[in-house]
Ligand binder design. Structure first.
Ligand code: SF4
Length: 247
């Protein structure tokens, strides 16, 4: 489908800690993905995700951000912080209606209250309230445990694993699917796991790289690759073939 150019050596600079390493993609897909990464990083700069002070705050944010924008999540987290509620002990004993009141700005607050409570209860029932113990679990076991919680799907679980447990698991979201399919890197019918495999089979398993890459994709999606795409100003306009602009 694409011209077969020899693999390029690409220098990756990641986050304010300025991790630099040389990576030579061994496949055309790996090369294309790293070109995408470089274009996005050059345009947006390091994102320094996840915007949270603690692992628990990452986990709360990962639930609250479902089906809403981050500005609304920030308001809900501000409420929780303001009342000293970003604490497992406080959250586990907090009445459900009080939690719902604080997270209301995040939208779908009744559902999200239940989901947050499910996650907190899981940590208490399975790990005796020891969050560090949960996050130290081997990655597959951690993922399996998180996915067993009602209301935690693959994107939420993988966000927690990447951004709280700092393991190299690529997070896929709607923006990733839209951008990859518009650039003929994935079919419209591609599943979450198809796309996750694409990144993980062709890139080095590196948590800082996956952290930065997903954050940059979110920026591209929010700012340019909307339902009605703004290709003219997008940093990815030179990035390979484009089609399928109707989703
Ligand atoms: S806005 Fe256009 S150029 Fe940018 S990622 Fe989407 S389809 Fe590609």
């Amino acid at each position: 489908m694409f011209a077969h150019n020899p693999p390029k050596k690409i220098t990756i600079m990641i986050t304010s800690k300025i991790k630099k390493f040389q990576f030579t993609p061994h496949s055309l897909s790996g090369q294309r993905l790293m070109e995408m990464f470089d274009l996005l990083l050059a345009h947006f700069g390091p994102q320094n995700w996840w915007p949270a002070e603690t692992e628990l705050e990452v986990m709360i944010g990962a639930i609250l951000t479902q089906n809403t924008n981050w500005a609304n999540v920030e308001k809900a987290i501000f409420n929780l912080k303001n009342k000293g509620l970003v604490s497992l002990e406080r959250l586990v004993s907090l009445p459900i209606e009080d939690l719902a009141k604080e997270i209301r700005p995040a939208g779908y607050y009744n559902i999200k209250t239940k989901r947050l409570k499910n996650l907190i209860n899981f940590i208490f029932v399975q790990y005796d309230g020891d969050l560090a113990g949960l996050l130290q679990e081997e990655t597959d076991r951690l993922r399996e445990g998180l996915l067993s919680v009602n209301g935690v799907g693959p994107e939420t679980a993988d966000s927690i694993i990447l951004y709280a447990a700092k393991r190299p698991l690529f997070v896929i979201d709607t923006y990733t699917h839209r951008i990859l399919s518009r650039h003929a890197m994935a079919g419209e019918e591609a599943t979450y796991y198809d796309m996750q495999e694409l990144f993980m089979d062709h890139l080095p398993e590196d948590a800082p790289l996956f952290n930065e890459f997903h954050a940059l994709i979110v920026q591209a999606g929010k700012n340019y690759c909307r339902k009605n795409p703004l290709c003219e100003d997008c940093p990815l306009k030179q990035w390979g073939p484009q089609d399928n602009m109707n989703d």
